[in-house]
Design a binder for this molecule. Sequence first.
Ligand SMILES: *Cc1c(COP(=O)(O)O)cnc(C)c1O
Length: 475
Amino acid sequence: MKLIFEKSAEGRGCSILPPCDVPEVRPEGFEREKELHLPEMSENDLSRHYTELANRAHGVNNGFYPLGSCTMKYNPKLNEEMAALPGFANIHPLQPQHTVQGCLEVLKLAETLLCEITGMDGMSFQPAAGAHGEFTGMLLIKAYHDSRNDKKRTKIIVPDSAHGTNPASAAMAGFEIVNVPSGPDGCVDLEKLRAAVGEDTAGLMLTNPNTVGLFDKNILEITKIVHEAGGLNYYDGANLNAVMGIVRPGDMGFDVIHLNLHKTFSTPHGGGGPGSGPCGCKEFLVPFLPGPRIAGEEELRMEYSQESVGSVKEFYGNFLVVVKALSYILCLGKEGIPEASSNAVLNANYMMHELEDLYDCAYPRPCMHEFVLSLEKLKHEKGVSAMDVAKALLDYGIHPPTMYFPLIVHEALMIEPTETESKETLDEAVRIFREIYERAQTEPEELHRAPRTTVIGRPDEVQAARKPVIRYVFE
Ligand SMILES: *Cc1c(COP(=O)(O)O)cnc(C)c1O
């Protein structure tokens, strides 16, 4: 496929601007020295170009997308329609507040409902993504200890089954990371946790369900150990579709959380956003939340708290994502929210059950919204790796699961079917996984050469990550 610059033909275009009706201004010293290279194309060719690009991508609209921990579920188009309403889409953040009362009400209602779902007392929609929400949560924990003049709490405990962003966010916020290992059951090792906490513990960051798809059965004990040591508990709720409407982090002893609206609460994602990673907390931490926050009853207004950790993004964050989340929550209602979670868990357990006689489950017990296979044995016996199986899936029109993560499982494939897939889709995926397993027995070398049907097969991934070519260079 040609790049858009290679398709460009001089003089061709698809924009007609009206004549300028204001005086032209050419501020000295600011004019560009070189010609601005923009592709010149007709509207028709431009439209075909982007359609061709879109056809090369795999999205939920193309097929099954069981990318573990990413919740690539179907997002109802209704939510897009709500977010596109002119009253939401065509406003300006600096508009007088009395002209955007409806939008402030959306923020307030979304906060109220998400607090009810999570058991929190306040929430900020400023963070633009999950990791950003984690970072904000870490700032709250820091602000809390600082406000008590408790300066020695410099460490955040992160279990090895946490999402990779957890230790990164805590480190970004200036904390030292203390890693605690999981036991053979995939849960936090309580004895190791007891040994890790102390006067220097600022808090614990827990991904629950963790990255092996398990709900930690000792959750109450874990949060108690940390509280008794004077630390706070942070809940990574990116994958809340495993538990929403069923249990609440706030009832499990957690003080701060983040959610991924672009996973659980129905905003399409992948490829860079926009997302939303609201950070919620218990009452005693609310004053530290990033501002502005919505206040008032009849006439809503924005308020800044003196103790706030400050802004982490301009205005309210990605407002239209909040509109989609609210639309999703109101559509599902009190019955639909737990039903979505139940289906996410049911689908994962169904697939795991249908595969576990061929593939080894890393933790062979009921899972939450996702499960992890280990292909260590297949690799050892037949030389077929998790990478080979993932690549082979592409030829069947299935997006690969998350690979080689979590790090505590060797040759890992982490599968998250999500709640929006039908039994027929799951059965077909199971059939394909089983067929690939059979092929690994009879023609393993074929699998090393997969995929056959995609535009590119096996790019040099290290090179692609370290030295991406993302800019066209003119001769
Ligand atoms: C996706 C995810 C994150 C990070 O979210 P981003 O929006 O990609 O920053 C954090 N924790 C868990 C458990 C996740 O699944």
